[in-house]
Design a protein around this ligand. Structure first.
Ligand code: PLP
Length: 364
């Protein structure tokens, strides 16, 4: 048997530790997972209330066109229905983009580190991956533009960037849109859009009218709290969407996910309240980091990349033994750091004191 040569050097995605696994390993009753940027407040109670109704008719295939969710989302975003493509998480949209645009001889430009699925899927399609190191947690946009040539098919902008949390300003993105050749698809991954507060943020949806090579990715996994159901979407010109559609599986999003996403969109109160709480707890974490002279990137998302005077793996192990699962920077390409999802107030207070405990003696 002969698989694609490139797959020999690749490993499957390594997920964050699972809660049950850690409970057993450390004999703990309570585990707080702050590793995957999930919403600590769950998801809209409306979804919960209606769930029994959602699990009917499971013998039937879902609506492959996601018509009801499509209409709801188009109205909500004020875009046309044919500007939307839905995926089994926005992860799947990334895969569909790569299947559609990338192949041997083509290249794709992205920051490093950034969301790993861009590179992973591009490699499987046989494309050359041009990674441009971040500068201080930020995309180095001028070098990224320099890397674009006639064989570049896709340029990825992750804003706010995972794992650094740093966002790109409207001015910076406009510069890219105005200077990147129009044969390049520009993908703006806004997985953390709902968390953004910055006044200089880019209005990506309005820009779709002006730039036909722009595709925006959003998800129900983060602020909407529906990561377990797997649903996300892309918004772009009808031309881009119809180019992508043949590469999409016919029944890629489930009946339950579609129905839950509609209910979740209808409950904006949940989004407003939980993102507000996230912002308060994030600010408190930053104050704590300032007080303890720990460096971090200013984050516009629901996580913070914290720099440490010790290895991220060491801090990871320490926090794990105290019942907190975080993401070590080692695996993310930022060795002396951890990525911390903003959790509930009481959990943040405990984890902050655990972090402090572990670094005392190193910094003094
Ligand atoms: C979490 C995340 C996604 C993927 O989310 P899905 O669950 O697949 O919708 C996409 N991009 C970034 C930057 C993320 O952090």
């Amino acid at each position: 048997m002969k698989a694609k040569e490139i797959l020999k050097g690749m490993s499957p995605y390594k997920p964050g530790k699972q809660i049950e696994e850690v409970k057993k390993e450390y004999g703990l009753d309570k585990i707080v997972k702050l590793a995957s940027n999930e919403n600590p407040f769950g998801f809209s109670p409306q979804v919960n209330k209606q769930l029994p109704k959602l699990i009917k008719q499971l013998e039937k295939y879902p609506d492959g066109y996601a018509a009801a969710l499509r209409k709801k989302t188009a109205d909500f975003l004020n875009v046309k229905e044919d500007q939307l493509i839905f995926g089994n998480g926005s992860d799947e949209i990334v895969q569909i983009i790569c299947r559609t645009f990338l192949e041997a001889g083509a290249n794709t430009v992205m920051a490093a580190p950034t969301f790993p699925q861009y590179k992973h899927n591009a490699l499987i399609e046989g494309a050359e991956v041009r990674e441009v190191p971040l500068l201080n947690g930020r995309h180095d946009l001028s070098t990224m533009l320099e890397q674009v040539d006639e064989n570049t098919r896709v340029l990825w902008l992750c804003t706010p960037n995972n794992p650094t949390g740093v966002h790109l300003s409207a001015k910076e993105i406009e510069h890219v849109l105005n200077n990147c050749p129009s044969h390049v698809l520009i993908v703006m991954d806004e997985a953390y859009y709902e968390y953004m507060e910055a006044e200089d943020a880019f209005d990506s949806l309005s820009a779709l009218n002006q730039y036909e090579n722009l595709l925006v990715l959003r998800t129900f996994s983060k602020a909407y709290g529906l990561a377990g159901l797997r649903i996300g979407y892309g918004v772009g010109s009808p031309e881009i969407v119809s180019t992508l559609e043949p590469a999409r599986e016919p029944f890629n999003t489930s009946t339950i996910a579609q129905a839950a996403a509609i209910l979740a969109l209808d409950d904006q109160e949940f989004i407003i309240e939980t993102t507000k709480e996230n912002a308060v707890n994030k600010r408190k974490l930053m104050e704590f980091l300032d007080e303890n002279s720990l460096d971090y990137y200013p984050s516009e998302a629901n996580f913070v990349l914290v720099h440490l005077p010790l290895s991220g793996d060491v801090m990871f192990e320490h926090l794990l033994s105290k019942g907190f699962i975080v993401r070590s920077g080692e695996a993310l390409g930022l060795p002396n750091s951890i990525r911390l999802t903003i959790g509930k107030k009481e959990d943040m207070e405990i984890i902050q004191s655990e972090i402090k405990e572990r670094i005392i003696g190193i910094t003094k």
